[in-house]
Each structure stands twice: as structure tokens, then as C-alpha cells.
Design a binder for this molecule. Structure first.
Ligand SMILES: CC(C)(COP(=O)(O)OP(=O)(O)OC[C@H]1O[C@@H](n2cnc3c(N)ncnc32)[C@H](O)[C@@H]1OP(=O)(O)O)[C@@H](O)C(=O)NCCC(=O)NCCS
Length: 203
């Protein structure tokens, strides 16, 4: 991560611009894929339904709000931001219902993944998240594999995603499932001016 500061005319503050290193990863869906593991007892894998849009948004928010990706994509830190993101994903022309799943345990929604077909016809995984209290049980891998099979079922031959370099857990998960990093990209994120001012004040 690289941080730069610049003054904002009219605000009288220094604001920070942060560059996050991210990897673009790919997997070829033509060779046999790892099977989708059995859903652990007590959990339920729920296929896409338009009535679930707000559930996906809320689950996304709970999974991402305290994570590095909410610095990279500030909308992920806000409930309203996650709802807007979910609407944008749902109404993109390439939205892929078969690669979009919700995971529940009892009355609680604990995981979400969404997939779209990008302009090249590749299956682009949007966001995969597992509620912090349910991590480390194979559920993230289960959702990614379910989405990959969903892409294959509609004839997609390559799946892609981007992951923040500092997100070691997610990077490792994708590698273990067969994704390989093909490109490094940098995402610029504007830091909250109030937060930057606060940080400058404590120096
Ligand atoms: C990434 C995420 C979905 C993983 O969910 P999960 O249910 O914990 O993942 P799994 O249990 O299937 O993990 C499978 C493997 O991934 C790797 N992994 C996952 N989280 C890890 C962590 N925090 N540290 C190191 N390795 C990790 C491990 O190799 C793990 O294998 P193991 O079970 O033998 O240790 C979850 O941590 C999450 O929601 N993170 C916040 C949102 C996010 O960053 N999503 C990814 C955006 S690209």
C-alpha cells in the first residue's frame, strides 16, 4: 500500500490518496473442477432470488465492514453502500444467478457470493464474504466452488477475480482452489479527510 497526501482546495485539509496493490487472478474452468463440498450440517445454501437482494447486501456489509476491502472500496463499509453495490451487480447485463449464493445458519445469513459475466464473457466473482464468527470452516471455499460450478453450468470457460495483496487469507484460499495471479493492478482510494486530519493531529 502506498499513501500520498494532497491538499484539497476549499477544504483547508490534507486528504490522503492510497494506492492498493491488487492481483487479478484467473482459473480455467474447462478441466475438471474440484467438487462443491457438502454443506455442513446446520447450514443452508440458498440460490439467487430477487427477493434476497437486501439479504445479500446486509450480509456483504457484515462480512466486509471491518476488513481491508472496505478501505479499498469504501461502499463496503456502509450498509447503504452495500445495498447500492448489490443493486448494481443484480442489474448488470451479465448478472449470473447460478454464481450468486447466500449461506444461512438458522435464521442468520452468514455468507454471500455474487457472479457476473464480464465484457469478455468471463465469469467475474464480485464479492465473497463469510461472517467473521463462521470463518475457518471451509465455507468461503464452498461458496467460491459453488459459484465456479454455476459459471460452468452456463458455458463460461474462465473465471476471474481481483484480490487485495494484503488480504492474505483470501489470496491463499483462491490459490488453493486453483486460481493463479496473472496481473498486478493498483486501485486508488480516497481517504476520509476527517480521518486523515485526525491522523495528522496525533503525529
Ligand atoms: C476470505 C474469506 C471469505 C474466507 O472465508 P473462510 O470461510 O474463512 O474460508 P475457508 O474456511 O474456506 O478457508 C479455506 C482456506 O483459505 C485460507 N484462508 C482463509 N482465511 C485465511 C486467513 N485468515 N489466514 C490464512 N489463510 C486463510 C486457508 O488456506 C484455508 O485453508 P485451511 O482451512 O486449511 O486453513 C473470509 O475470510 C472473509 O469473508 N473475509 C472478509 C471478506 C473478504 O476479504 N473477502 C475476499 C474478497 S477478495
Amino acid at each position: 500500500m502506498v499513501c500520498l497526501s494532497r491538499s484539497v482546495p476549499g477544504l483547508g485539509l490534507m486528504t490522503g490518496l492510497t494506492y492498493f496493490k491488487r492481483f487479478r487472478m484467473e482459473i480455467d474452468l474447462r478441466p475438471p473442477l474440484l467438487p462443491v463440498p457438502d454443506v455442513p450440517e446446520d447450514y443452508l445454501l440458498i440460490p439467487w432470488d430477487d427477493g434476497l437482494l437486501a439479504r445479500h447486501a446486509d450480509t456483504k456489509w457484515r462480512c466486509f465492514r471491518d476488513e481491508i476491502d472496505s478501505e479499498v472500496f469504501p461502499s463496503l463499509a456502509e450498509q447503504a453502500g452495500c445495498l447500492k453495490l448489490m443493486e448494481a451487480i443484480r442489474y448488470r447485463p451479465g448478472f449470473c444467478a447460478g454464481a450468486t449464493w447466500l449461506l444461512a445458519r438458522g435464521l442468520e445469513y452468514v455468507g454471500t457470493i455474487q457472479g457476473v459475466r464480464d465484457a469478455h464473457g468471463h465469469g467475474a466473482i464480485q464479492n465473497v464474504g463469510i461472517d467473521p464468527r463462521h470463518r475457518g470452516r471451509g465455507l468461503g471455499s464452498l461458496l467460491v466452488l459453488r459459484a465456479l460450478h454455476g459459471f460452468r453450468e452456463v458455458g463460461v470457460v474462465k473465471a476471474v477475480l481481483e484480490v487485495t495483496a494484503r488480504n492474505g487469507g483470501a489470496l491463499e484460499l483462491y490459490r488453493r482452489l486453483g486460481f493463479r495471479a496473472r496481473r498486478t493492478v493498483y486501485k486508488t482510494a480516497e481517504q476520509n479527510p476527517a480521518l486523515v486530519a485526525e491522523r495528522l493531529a496525533v503525529r
